[in-house]
Design a protein around this ligand. Structure first.
Ligand code: ADP
Length: 785
């Protein structure tokens, strides 16, 4: 059924392709000037209300011709088809080497004609810059502006960023774009804002960005939290515990907790009676964190230690994620485990996940070599279809069926034999491992066999370009983690086609089918010959985590082996067992992302309201009804304090309304709510009038009001973001207590939103009345409390 759907979708795309092709000849006849004149012509049509869909055939034909004249590359029919799918806001599945970069020029041109700005988003800044430089000439030829949007230097001035974002086409990275969005929404005034409303984005490696890394929140860190000194001791304590006695895992080994004995041990170790009481909350959290990082996270797999720093690895591509840290003390717990300097944990000031970030665009499109297997999720989460575009030339790569062994050593030895045989013929080999550790073990094995080779993993990124360049040459052997998976283009050296192209050897069943496919795709690009073969075992992580019980039992019974004779498991049930384990892993990934999206919903709604209110405030020209806010606040105070005493009243006055109260509280009838209210209003009006009197003109007053309100919103919103972040960690670790974590989370989030709103108003009043205006040479400066 999947196939026929694709055939159907392709048929529609091909119809449009025909129209583009029909214009090929006539567009080729145009002079350069006539071709360039098409841009203002299209823009005029758009102004007149002609839809982009209507303009597509001609605009694509024009851009295709421009590509040929300026870049010397004429987009193939399959590339035009890919471009059509991208314009329609769907995912175009195109294999490696099919020319996705060129494909994107057509939909970018068409959508940029609206003048509303477009993005080409990749995960890799280097690639974004390279593609931008390569393609800029053709956009400029056609009268559109294009620039690179993720420059290395941070803290660019808003004016500089505005210039970037005003370009018609911006090549950028998902992280630069996401962070810029968050920063833009922390702006204090119009001058500090630089982003235009979102319009259209094409996302390269769409499954990686929109699915795999989608849960990772982008976080702008603010002030540090109070540092805890319990990480070290908790880590030491945890290393004394015994598996199954003191702590145990869930079935998939994705979670770990203390047993009753473990709890007793902790209480004895710390000399306390009951660790579950309120006062030991933090200690318990530290122990849980230490347990998790010691037993669930692996160095070389989840993170590396470089220059005394713990750096997270992106599980999807084996690369270091610079500047990313785990939340809620987890990062500090790893630092304690690795005995490096413990860095301060920061409060989150603003955060958004990629999922929710990209869902804000009216239209997004995706390109990837592996989209179809995740189509259901694309449809559910982003309302995007996946259309498989045929390759320009037929794929010649031979994908051999997996070879399955019982244990890891057997699998490695067997693969080594195959590697030796292939290497003897001179055919280049790419040996892919799931983590840094295995890549290093494999390197040892090759050294022992005296086979020269390169190793590419998170520890030797600087040599990446050189290693990849060599990887397709005769006799080359390259051992790499998933870093060599996506996006790396391995070109074949002279004489290699005759040897059968690049041979890809996988050494593990990977966590996602998409990862397997990406690795195979390194070979056989653009009709080249090639082969791929995976060696797997019942010890592969995906089998340990997601294999059925009978598989584990079989493994336990057969795990001892004879070094001379690796046992190849040929029965169908093993093949199916491995496939099912991978499927279960992919399903878990998908479910995790769905849960994350659900969790994120409260934050998303709140963020949208807050950002919208900020924008309205920033754009409003005066007209802030601060007197109403003050009156409401005072009324609320009075109504919530029916039995008022003099002390409470004077405390309220001094901490909310004024520092210079001269009146006599004893003169106020505290039993008469109206009298109290009038008295307080009098104080507030006087104080506000005083402030206004110190300001030079109406514009300064408006500016003062706006800043007072913005600051109040920001201070409370930052608290709230941090709050929700913490709440989420707490609630998810509570799931064992048989509650519904999602329900609890939203309920609590709603409650804290209400509290935040109340806090905002109170803070606005304070900002208005308790601030002080100081005259300087440059003008009035306001100091807020
Ligand atoms: P992908 O990102 O799909 O793997 P790239 O965009 O990196 O592929 O393109 C791969 C190579 O194919 C590049 O060297 C590019 O110049 C070349 N190429 C792309 N489209 C064409 C075309 N229409 N004609 C000739 N060469 C092309």
């Amino acid at each position: 059924m999947g196939l026929s759907m694709n055939v159907l979708a392709l048929r529609k795309v091909k119809k449009i392709l025909k129209k583009v092709n029909a214009l090929k000849e006539s567009v080729a006849q145009l002079s350069d000037e006539e071709l360039q004149a098409k841009t203002p012509y299209f823009k005029q049509k758009i102004k007149e209300g002609v839809s982009l869909d209507k303009l597509l055939p001609e605009a694509f034909a024009v851009m295709r011709e421009a590509d040929k004249r300026v870049l010397g590359l004429f987009p193939f029919d399959v590339q035009v088809m890919g471009g059509i799918v991208l314009h329609q806001g769907n995912v175009a599945e195109m294999k490696t080497g099919e020319g996705k970069t060129l494909t994107a020029t057509m939909p970018l041109y068409l959508n940029a004609l609206t003048g509303k700005g477009t993005f080409l988003v990749t995960t890799n800044g280097y690639l974004a810059e390279r593609d931008c430089e390569e393609l800029k000439p053709v956009y400029q030829f056609m009268g559109l502006s294009c620039c690179f949007g993720a420059p290395e230097e941070k803290n660019l001035k808003p004016a500089v960023k505005r210039r970037i974002y005003d370009h018609d086409i911006v090549y950028t990275t998902n992280s630069a774009l996401g962070f810029d969005y968050l920063i833009d929404n922390l702006a204090k005034d119009k001058e500090s804002k630089y982003m235009r409303p979102f319009n259209y984005a094409i996302i390269d490696e769409a499954d990686q960005v929109l699915l795999d890394t989608a849960q990772m929140p982008l976080i702008i860190a603010g002030a540090p939290r109070v540092q805890s000194n319990q990480y070290g001791t908790a880590n030491t304590f945890v290393t004394t515990l015994k598996k199954d006695e003191d702590y145990e895992f869930n079935e998939e080994e994705t979670n770990v907790w203390l047993t009753k004995d473990g709890v007793k041990r902790a209480q004895a170790y710390y000399g306390i009676e009951n660790i579950f009481t309120e006062g030991h909350h933090e200690l318990l959290q530290h122990i849980v964190l230490a347990l998790r990082v010691n037993h669930l996270l692996k160095r070389g797999d989840d993170y590396v230690v470089q220059d005394g720093e713990v750096k997270l690895l992106d599980k999807n591509n084996g690369r270091v994620m610079e500047g990313n840290k785990l939340e809620s003390g987890m990062h500090q717990a790893i630092e304690a485990k690795e005995e490096v300097k413990i860095t301060p944990a920061m409060r989150a000031m603003a955060s958004v996940t990629y999922q929710n970030f990209f869902r804000m665009f009216p239209k997004i499109a995706g390109m990837t070599g592996t989209g179809k297997v995740a189509e259901e999720e694309f449809i559910n989460t982003y309302y995007m279809k996946v259309v498989q575009i045929p390759t320009n030339r037929p794929v010649q790569r031979v994908d051999l069926p997996d070879r399955i062994y019982v244990t890891l050593p057997e699998k490695l030895l067997a693969s080594l034999e195959v590697v030796k045989k292939i290497h003897a013929t001179g055919q280049p080999l790419l040996i892919a491992t799931a983590n840094v550790e295995i890549s290093e073990i494999y390197s040892e094995l090759l050294l022992r066999e005296k086979i020269p080779h390169n190793v590419l993993n998170a520890n030797n990124v600087p040599k990446e370009a050189e290693i990849i360049k060599e990887a397709g040459q005769k006799d080359a052997v390259t051992v790499a983690t998933l870093m060599a998976g996506r996006g790396t283009d391995i070109k074949l050296g002279p004489g290699v086609k005759e040897l059968g192209g690049l041979a890809v050897i996988g050494t593990e069943k990977l966590a996602s089918k998409r990862d397997d496919l990406q690795l195979r795709g390194r070979s056989g690009r653009q009709g080249d010959p090639g082969m791929s073969l995976f060696f797997t075992s019942l010890e592969d992580e995906v089998v340990i985590k997601h294999g059925l019980t009978w598989v584990h039992k079989y493994y336990d019974k057969n795990k001892d082996f004879d070094w001379d004779q690796p046992r190849l498991l040929t029965r169908r049930k093993f093949r199916r067992a491995l496939e099912n384990a991978q499927k279960a892993s992919d399903n878990e990934g998908q479910k995790g992302r769905e849960t994350s999206l659900e969790f994120d919903e409260s934050l998303r709604m709140q963020r949208e309201i807050i950002y919208q209110q900020r924008n309205e405030l920033i754009n409003a020209q005066g007209g802030y009804d601060v007197e109403k806010i003050i009156t409401d606040q005072i009324e609320q105070f009075v109504s919530t304090h029916p039995k008022l005493d003099a002390f409470t009243l004077s405390h309220y006055i001094f901490s909310n309304l004024t520092y210079h109260y001269q009146g006599d509280i004893t003169q106020v009838d505290l039993t008469n709510a109206n009298a109290v209210k009038e008295h307080l209003l009098g104080i507030a009006r006087e104080e506000l009038a005083l402030k206004k009197g110190q300001l030079a003109n109406q514009a300064e007053v408006a500016n003062f009001y706006r800043t007072a309100i913005l600051r109040a919103i920001d201070a409370c919103w930052i608290e709230e973001v941090d709050n929700l972040q913490q709440l989420r960690t707490v609630v998810s670790s509570r799931s064992l207590a048989q509650r519904q974590p999602m329900y609890e989370y939203h309920k609590e989030a709603f409650r804290s939103y209400g509290k935040m709103k109340a806090d905002v108003y109170q803070k606005i009043v304070k900002n208005l009345l308790l601030s002080s205006v100081v005259k300087t040479k440059k003008g009035n400066v306001i100091y807020f409390v």
